[in-house]
Design a protein around this ligand. Structure first.
Ligand code: ATP
Ligand code: MG
Length: 258
């Protein structure tokens, strides 16, 4: 596969994955929006009542009633809650933006731990309640990479890990410096990989998932991105019935182009 075809395929796959994750992401955004709407109604009513009380007090030249103050405090409290809700919405949108475009413009230096955080923010929105996500971050040097492509690999691994877990379980993501590379490991407590499937895992089109959940090209694209585009590697270990660990290693520096 030439580089251009690989990129187009990577982009198509990325759009499809984001599409499949969108229900969870939309829920993650509509919940805080719903709370902002209802808080807004309560705030407006409280402020209107407080205003009426203050106007009445002014007309009778009496001191401002305590009730007016407590209504204003209610409105202030809700404004603080709304700020948190806005932060939640903008956080998820920031994470989404990391993945919205995979076409690599240029190699950039990035903080891999930050990229993992964005990946998990999206995954947590989708698999909320069912999967707990745990991280163990090492002290990492900045890594030169195509951030959109490398992010896509991480998202593929995390989504695969979560999908391998039938009911509830844990997905752990660890990072560490490994010589002139950075290593990221994604482990799950899922069903594991059968010995007879081991050789097929990276083949394009191999999937054990129902239509709509998987197309079977995530790992073949991920391998292309790791090996061909970054000179790194990808692999896995698995114990059927207990879980799997997929790892990627990415060189800290990309070769200089002449
Ligand atoms: N963490 C894992 N645990 C168990 N099986 C896995 C794991 N990761 C991948 N697999 C197996 O490898 C197959 C291929 O994975 P791959 O990511 O390439 O495709 P997919 O997830 O099926 O579809 P998609 O194209 O949406 O990624 C999966 O269908 C699954 O059977
Ligand atoms: Mg996949």
């Amino acid at each position: 596969m030439d580089g251009e075809t690989a990129r187009l395929l990577a982009e198509a796959h990325q759009m499809a994955s984001i599409g499949r994750l969108s229900a969870g992401i939309v829920h993650e955004i509509t919940t805080p929006i719903g709370s902002i709407f209802s808080n807004n109604e309560v705030s407006v009513r409280s402020l209107e009542k407080a205003r009426a009380l203050l106007v009445a007090a002014k007309e009778t030249a009496s001191p401002p009633p305590d009730k007016a103050l407590s209504l204003i405090d209610t409105a202030i409290g809700l404004a603080h809650v709304d700020k948190l809700a806005c932060e939640r919405i903008s956080g998820i949108i920031r994470s989404l933006k990391t993945f919205a475009r995979v076409t690599p413009d240029d190699v950039r230096k990035i903080d891999v731990n930050e990229l993992i955080r964005h990946t998990l923010k999206l995954a947590a929105a989708v698999f909320r309640g069912r999967i707990s996500f745990v991280t163990e971050f090492g002290d990492l040097p900045e890594v030169e990479c195509y951030p959109g492509l490398f992010g896509q690999v991480l998202l593929n691994l995390v989504v695969n890990a979560a999908q391998a877990i039938e009911h509830e379980g844990t997905v752990s993501v660890k990072s560490r410096a490994a010589g002139k590379a950075v290593r990221v490991e994604v482990s799950d407590t899922g069903r594991g990989i059968r010995p007879e499937d081991r050789a097929k895992i990276f083949h394009a089109g191999f999937t054990t998932k129902p239509i709509g959940e998987g197309t079977g090209i995530g790992l073949s694209i991920s391998r292309e991105i790791m090996e061909e585009q970054h000179g790194g590697n990808i692999g896995f270990e698995s114990e059927p019935g207990r879980g799997s660990t997929f790892y990627v290693e990415i060189p800290v520096e990309q070769p200089r182009k002449e």
